[in-house]
Design a protein around this ligand. Structure first.
Ligand SMILES: Nc1ncnc2c1ncn2[C@@H]1O[C@H](COP(=O)(O)OP(=O)(O)O)[C@@H](O)[C@H]1O
Ligand SMILES: [Mg+2]
Length: 274
């Protein structure tokens, strides 16, 4: 690692990724898919868990790693509060609905505020990337913290990521940050599978679409940066409620209109990362 570290600090000064930089794969999974967003609250976690079960519906063995250490939301979204078992060396993921899960939220008391300082952040991330005993996964989906700060950079530079998905709302402000995210992945040589437009529109009972947060911005940004556009997910009470109840929509109702959008995105992920 020390050789890597020297290369890394040199490259950060020059703002490029060094050649032959060794990234460690996460053990126990074939492919690692990172779900990221520029801002919090755009639906990244909701997207990540529904993509996980969409991939499961496609016959894949899946896991979800909640790496959003400042605001882990997985315990609530999957309705799990157990403490993961450990053999002193590794942490064993929790299992539910045939999928595997890990979150710092399982390890820390829910009421403890997640105030981490620099070195603690790095050791927490290392625990999540190196010390979890995933079992024979095809796809591990990683729910990243929002933004392009130190945590993301450390993660992106240390871990072998097979593809990244950027989730955004169509708002102008969110889009500016998306461009920053695209640039970060460029620097860390991570393949961007594509961009997703979440809370894209609201469909009223008369079938009319209302573009509450603006229209077409994410798709336009994707085109501008020559990235794939993966799809639009509408504002949906059902999607929100299912996440609040710990019963993800794509698991509970795979035939639902919105689940079908996730299944289509899962197809694209499987085509691109295989
Ligand atoms: N398409 C959507 N329709 C309705 N509510 C949504 C949608 N996507 C996310 N939400 C809700 O918005 C809130 C923030 O979503 P979350 O996934 O926690 O965002 P993030 O992980 O980006 O902070 C949650 O209450 C979630 O249920
Ligand atoms: Mg989240």
């Amino acid at each position: 690692m020390s050789e890597n570290k020297a290369k890394l600090s040199d490259s950060l000064k020059k703002n490029v990724t060094p050649k032959n930089f060794k990234k460690n794969p996460i053990k126990g999974t074939k492919f690692t898919i990172m779900v990221s967003s520029a801002k919090g609250g755009v639906g990244k976690s909701t997207f990540a868990i529904n993509l996980t079960f969409a991939l499961q519906k496609k016959g894949k063995k899946v896991g979800l790693l909640d790496a959003d250490i400042h605001g882990p939301s997985l315990p609530k979204m999957i309705g799990l509060n157990d403490k993961p078992k450990t053999d002193g060396k590794f942490l064993f993921p929790l299992e539910k609905y045939g999928a595997q899960f890990m979150s710092l939220g399982f390890l820390v008391d829910e009421k403890t505020p997640m105030i981490w300082r620099g070195p603690m952040v790095i050791s927490a991330i290392k625990t999540l990337t190196e010390k979890v005993a995933w079992k024979d996964l095809d796809y591990l989906v990683v729910d990243m913290p929002p933004g392009t700060g130190d945590t993301q950079l450390t993660f992106a530079q240390d871990v072998k990521i097979d593809g990244a998905i950027i989730v955004s709302t169509p708002q102008e402000l969110a889009l500016m940050d998306v461009q920053r995210g695209i640039q970060m992945f460029g620097k860390t040589k991570i393949k961007i599978v594509g961009l997703v437009d979440n809370m894209s529109f609201f469909e009223s009972d008369d079938g009319k679409k209302h573009n509450i947060f603006g229209e077409g911005g994410v798709e336009k940004t994707a085109k501008e940066f020559k990235k794939n556009f993966l799809g639009k997910i509408p504002i949906s009470t059902k999607l929100r409620e299912s996440a609040d109840l710990g019963l993800p929509l794509t698991y509970k109702e795979p035939d639902d209109k919105i689940s079908k959008i996730f299944l289509e995105i899962a197809d694209k992920v499987m085509q691109d990362v295989a």
